[in-house]
Write a protein that binds this ligand. Structure first.
Ligand code: BGP
Length: 460
């Protein structure tokens, strides 16, 4: 085996509740912002498909977990639906949800698969959104109570916990760029949401320590390494500021327990600092994680602004840089994302050099492709492009580990084709294809390849 990974490496895939479970109005589940948004604006969703049925994991989890085992998983990342466990977001716990997640966890463990659990993956309970969402301190407290409940119910068997998945995405989507509900575009409110999310995270970490769980707690961040067009000082500055906004705004508080000085100064200068309270600083320090999940899909390339921003236009991160399209870059045309495998290595080296070489693992990485039936041969989707994509990233991951980076696993996005936030089933990411009419699962060529990699703990 040419690329051999360390003993005990985690090989698995990642999912989230709203994207796989379906049964959106079953089993006592409360509504999330996604159920609601689909009700009021179904046309926003690709093919008018909402999260109602998704990939029906709620009913088919036993079959799915067995299939995970067959394709070599020793770990599986999924999220608990807050609105399923506590339908109104706060208050009563739903016994049907407790039964469901207990079953999922027990089935995984019985198959020798380690559960990696996320508490919040974009699916805000609707009632809490109506109470102000992450702009409200009450919601921060409701999240803490939810986290405590989950630790109490499942902490005896789940040892790997993540407070949030990509907390910056609901900020960008819901409060800056209009691609998540509640479709607000306002930097100051976005900053408040980002800040409260980190307070909620810190409260959950504190609750985790208090619960005395023998395991690790972390956060999952979508880290997008920021590359300047050139080494010209103006380009370097543009890239540094993009990095502050999109990576360090969450990475620094999560790993170092405080925000970068430069970011605070910049927001203060522009009157964009969120409201804070006494004691927040101490709380943030308590939120330092044991473990970091890295979601990596694409880098960010920027250049210095060509024109001065209009000082009367609303404040946006884009005041400080322009996007830069590197000539000859490799693209995933279906998602419009650049494919740059070395980015993963650069992320890990940065963690090693500047973040105490925190224990980390790849919690998402994957390739969404449209109309995959085109590649059907002998009943199996021949997704060689996916194999190539994964392999390319694994080679850089392997190299980072060789150079001393502290990465312990790789979770592909995703196990089976699933529902995505606005794109629904347009782009398919799974190792296993799902026929939406029958819900039939069929492993793709990549599933067999992945099985061998996991089994050999590496590849040639
Ligand atoms: C990440 C999310 C996932 C998943 C993935 C693929 O940002 O954590 O939930 O959706 O991206 O992106 P998409 O489904 O938008 O193509």
């Amino acid at each position: 085996v040419k690329y051999r990974f360390p003993e005990g490496f985690w090989w698995g895939s990642a999912t989230s509740a709203a994207q796989i479970e379906g049964a959106a109005a079953e089993g006592g589940k409360g509504k999330t912002i996604w159920d609601h948004w689909y009700e009021i604006e179904p046309h926003r969703f690709y093919d008018n498909v909402g999260p109602g049925t998704a990939s029906d994991f709620y009913h088919r989890y036993r079959e799915d977990i067995r299939l995970m085992k067959e394709i070599g998983h020793n770990s599986f990342r999924f999220s608990i639906s807050w609105a399923r466990l506590i339908p109104g977001g706060r208050g009563e716990v739903n016994p049907e949800a407790v039964r469901f997640y207990n079953d999922v966890i027990d089935e995984l463990l019985a198959c020798g698969i380690e559960p990696f659990v996320t508490l919040f993956h974009f699916d805000m309970p609707l009632e809490l959104q109506q109470a102000g969402g992450w702009e409200s301190r009450e919601v921060v407290d409701a999240y803490e109570a939810y986290a405590r409940t989950a630790f109490r119910l499942f902490g005896d068997r789940v040892k790997k916990w993540f407070t949030f998945n990509e907390p910056i995405v609901p900020v960008e989507g819901g409060y800056l760029y209009d691609f998540h509900y509640p479709n607000i575009v306002d930097f100051k409110r976005a900053a408040q949401v980002a800040y409260h999310t980190m307070l909620a995270h810190a409260k959950a970490v504190r609750a985790f320590r208090e619960a005395g769980i023998r395991g690790k707690v972390g956060i999952i961040l979508n880290l997008t390494p920021s590359y300047p067009r050139s080494s010209h000082p103006a380009d370097l500055k543009a890239s540094r500021i993009a990095d502050l906004f999109f990576n360090r705004s969450f990475l620094d508080p999560a790993v170092l327990g405080e925000y970068p000085r430069e970011l605070i100064d910049l927001l203060r200068e522009h009157g964009q600092l969120p409201e804070t309270r006494e004691g927040d600083g101490e709380l943030l320090k308590e939120g330092k994680v044991d473990l970091l999940g890295i979601n990596y899909y694409q880098p960010r390339r920027v250049k210095a602004k060509e024109h001065l921003p209009n000082p009367y236009a609303p404040f946006m991160p884009e005041w400080f840089f322009d996007p830069y399209e590197m000539p000859g870059r490799k693209m995933n045309p279906y998602r419009g994302w650049e494919i740059y495998e070395k980015g993963l290595y650069d992320i890990l080296i940065n963690l090693k050099e500047n973040y105490g070489n925190i224990e980390s693992y790849v919690s998402e990485n994957g390739m969404g492709v449209q109309d995959e039936e085109r590649f059907l041969k002998d009943g199996v989707i021949q997704d060689d492009y996916r194999i190539q994509f994964i392999r390319g990233h694994l080679i850089w991951l392997h190299r980072a580990i060789q150079e001393g980076c502290n990465a312990k696993g790789y979770h592909l996005w995703t196990f089976m084709d699933n529902w995505s936030w606005m794109n629904a089933y347009k782009n398919r990411y799974g190792l296993v294809s799902v026929d939406l009419k029958t819900q039939k699962r069929t492993p793709k060529k990549s599933a067999e390849w992945f099985r061998k990699v996991a089994q050999n703990n590496g590849f040639d």
